[in-house]
Design a protein around this ligand. Sequence first.
Ligand SMILES: Nc1ncnc2c1ncn2[C@@H]1O[C@H](COP(=O)(O)OP(=O)(O)OP(=O)(O)O)[C@@H](O)[C@H]1O
Ligand code: SF4
Ligand SMILES: [Mg+2]
Length: 328
Amino acid sequence: MSAELQAGRHGAPLVIDQVHKRFTQGRRVAHILRGCSLTIGAGEIVALVGESGSGKSTLARTIMKLYTPDEGKLLFGSEDVTHAKGKALRQYRERVQMVFQDPFASLNPAHSIRTILRRSLPPSARHYSERQREDLFDEVLTQVGLTPASNFLQQFPHELSGGQRQRVALARSLAGRPDLVLADEPVSMLDVSLRLGVLNLMLSLNERFGIGYLYITHDLASARYVASRIAVMYAGEIVEEGPAEAIVEEAKHPYTQLLVQAAPDPDRRGLQELDESVFTGEPPDLSREIQGCPFQFRCPHVMEKCYESSPPLKDLGNGQKVKCFLAE
Ligand SMILES: Nc1ncnc2c1ncn2[C@@H]1O[C@H](COP(=O)(O)OP(=O)(O)OP(=O)(O)O)[C@@H](O)[C@H]1O
Ligand code: SF4
Ligand SMILES: [Mg+2]
């Protein structure tokens, strides 16, 4: 193991504090993140689950600072990176890497795997000799199970299978020696037979190098499989979070309860699609201010006060936090 890849052992916590993100399209303003708060401990695997359009990728892109938060703060270790620019931003992005939702789109088809990896190296690797660089590429490809690495280095993305491309995307994030990888649905585009392999790979990299993950997924069962904590997102807010087991076994928020109900049989490792028929009603219109609880339009337990004010985030004391009046 090279010293390079041990960097994750000294990771730092990431704190997302009341982050808002709005997008303006003409006269319409869409409030996509609405006061989103979440902490990812150093070396921790946190899963972020929620339905399509809830803002998961927007949160990941905001953490990467591809978008600037309109309100709120991002803290990494002792640094406030909310408005980081220049060198501070580059250093932050060396430590926090993203694996994008679509590896087909994020790997440049005109570049060989070697070029893709070379371009992912942090500026601090510029002084590497050709030999050191090749050793590092060999190491990261071997770590993601692409062996012999020399065969893969000269290939192009279209020559690889979907599973192999996903592994290249992970290898690329590792070559940058991160503390934290934001993995946006890293297995959703893979065959069911390959998914478990990539999840196990993430787990082993976490154990061996202390790399933390924000694992974004629709799939509660795989969230429980890899993550120690699960955060549930709805309409741009974290509505419940806690130890993975508590979220799956003792969900307190009605939305989480529906997600659990919709999840496939856990004995089948849950790598199938959700049964979305348990969800009735429409998600909220994000171009409007929502008065009251954002889940009021679909909640089977909605009460009078849910229309009037938004419930506070209640700490249940076991590490579980819930944003619902029923938890009071
Ligand atoms: N750059 C943008 N400009 C305007 N609207 C955007 C932008 N990016 C995302 N959105 C909107 O924000 C909402 C959340 O999108 P996002 O991609 O974050 O959802 P998601 O939870 O990742 O969904 P999925 O599970 O389908 O990947 C969607 O309504 C989307 O249309
Ligand atoms: S606060 Fe009310 S509407 Fe919101 S989830 Fe709880 S019961 Fe349902
Ligand atoms: Mg997404």
